[in-house]
Design a protein around this ligand. Structure first.
Ligand SMILES: [Zn+2]
Length: 494
């Protein structure tokens, strides 16, 4: 096994060095770093530890706390200064167990999981008629009329294959939940959008403010229910949902730092999130990128490199529950944000990095191109200058800090997203290593290069929200309020 890995690395290294060498035009430091990252580093071992030993790591869980300690330890054992930064999570939510029994004309028990921020039920369960909610459209609820009131409404979904489907799914859920609650449903049940009994969970649109039982039912079971209902059978459902809910509590981001040699006060921050949902082990989302950043820090330190600017590595927490950790970080570090040159996020699994979202900051486009020169052989890269809402760049963007999100081939990210199947074996380790070269080149490149941009003013951020898709995306993700009320992002007069 070991032999095979070695051979694999030799082959890989030859191929990659051939691919990247002609394009080397930056400092020798980047070259050294890239060569080191192609060696047999502990990237895979770190990822295995994080995913297999701690498992799923929802913020608020024991596993999450262990992962935080692990993250700090990983940086410290390689001699990189690291610490945890406490912040307050708004509300605790963890699933203990969920089950659903269908009875009436036909009885069976399809598998279900609770959606985050679902309420629990009494121990004896909650029983209500089960009705066909179609796709949860306006017409569907009109058709249901009074039948929706006091019922469990089962909503059909289209199959999720790609990342784009995911954004559609999130957007639709906001509208569906609004209609369902207005119709007075007892609870809402989504047909899983992934086949083969795969279960997953993602946030209720109202987050901690949700007051209803919300479930995801295995796709095949849900299809059976709908066929039965459409054949005129009368069905009832009894849901037993046990969740741990609570008020605010403390969580932690892990921050590590390599001080700059020339402009230590200027900061390049690169992040991936440490937390995950707990059905799988959070390997694609986002353990692989956590391990990748740790390895980049390790090699920079090992080589004794010191970039011009300070590089901070952030292992964010509370991302899955509303992008909380990075939001709180931008509040806690508000005073230093003028000195941030760039904030990058890596959060789309291990598919090939195809370029970067520059999030409405066209001035970053040439800079990214320049930073990517040493790894041009791993391209071509295409960048998208549109704001992206959905991960930890968000609050940097709303604070006016230049920010990037690695755009990646969706590969197997969508089908395994937040699902039981998001485990170590799904990670494309070869591609992850190549992505690591790209991430390292961009991080180090931005820490070295001369820059032309600064932090945007409130007016400029506001313009970005108003003139791009950013506003609609915030609405689609249920985050508009927090921006409009001045809870997130840059405040007027600053
Ligand atoms: Zn993620």
């Amino acid at each position: 096994m070991r032999y095979k890995i070695r051979l694999w690395f030799c082959l890989l290294m030859t191929t990659i060095m051939m691919a990247v060498q002609p394009a080397f035009s930056q400092t020798g430091d980047v070259q050294k770093l890239l060569a080191a990252l192609l060696q047999d580093t502990p990237l895979e071992e770190d990822l295995q530890e994080l995913t297999d030993q701690f498992g799923g790591r929802p913020t608020g869980s024991e596993a999450n706390l262990k992962a935080v300690e692990w993250g700090v330890q990983k940086f410290r054992e390689i001699g990189v200064k690291a610490w945890k930064e406490p912040f307050e999570m708004p509300a605790l939510w963890l699933e203990e167990s969920s089950e659903l029994r269908i009875h009436g004309d036909v009885s069976f028990a399809p598998r279900v999981v609770a959606m985050p921020f679902s309420v629990g039920t009494p121990p004896e369960g909650l029983t209500a008629p089960l009705v066909d909610g179609g796709f949860g459209t306006e017409d569907d609820f009109t058709r249901l009329g009074e039948k929706a009131r006091g019922a469990f409404v089962l909503v059909e979904t289209r199959e999720l294959r790609h990342l784009d489907d995911l954004f559609r799914e999130y957007g639709e859920a906001v509208a569906i939940e609004k209609r369902a609650f207005a119709a007075g449903v007892k609870g809402l049940i989504y047909m899983a959008s992934r086949p083969r009994n795969l279960l997953y969970r993602h946030n209720a649109s109202l987050g901690p403010a949700n007051k209803h039982p919300l479930l995801v039912m295995e796709r095949e079971g849900a299809k059976r229910v709908l066929r039965l209902l459409r054949a005129g059978k009368q069905l009832q459902a009894t849901a037993k949902i046990r969740v741990k809910r609570g008020g605010p509590y403390t969580s932690y981001n892990v921050i590590a730092e390599i001080k700059g040699r020339e402009k230590p006060e200027e900061i390049v921050i690169v992040g991936a999130h440490l937390d995950s949902w707990d059905l799988g082990t959070g390997a694609l989302d986002d353990g692989c990128n956590v391990a990748m950043l740790i390895d980049i820090a390790r090699q920079i330190k090992k080589l004794g490199l010191q970039p011009r600017r300070t590089i901070r590595f952030a292992l964010w927490n509370g991302e899955e529950q509303g992008i909380i950790g990075s939001w709180k970080y931008t509040e806690q570090h508000e005073k230093e944000l003028d000195r941030y040159v760039m904030a990058a996020s890596f959060d789309i699994g291990s598919g090939r990095i195809t370029g970067f979202f520059t999030n409405g900051r066209s001035e970053l486009l040439t800079a990214v191109e320049k930073a990517l020169e040493p790894v041009a052989g791993l391209g071509p890269f295409t960048h998208i200058n549109e704001p992206l809402v959905g991960t930890d760049n968000l609050d940097f963007m709303l604070q006016g800090v230049g920010n990037l999100v690695a755009n990646q081939e969706s590969a197997n990210y969508g089908p395994n997203y937040h699902a039981r199947s998001d485990t170590y074996d799904k990670v494309d380790l070869r591609q992850l290593r190549l992505n690591m070269l790209i991430a390292a080149a961009v991080t180090y490149g931005f820490a070295e290069m001369d820059v032309t941009w600064g932090r945007q003013s409130y007016e400029e951020v506001k313009k970005l929200v108003e003139t791009t898709s950013l506003g609609d995306q915030l609405k689609g993700m249920g985050m508009w309020e927090s921006w409009a009320k001045g809870l997130r992002g840059r405040r007027p007069g600053k």
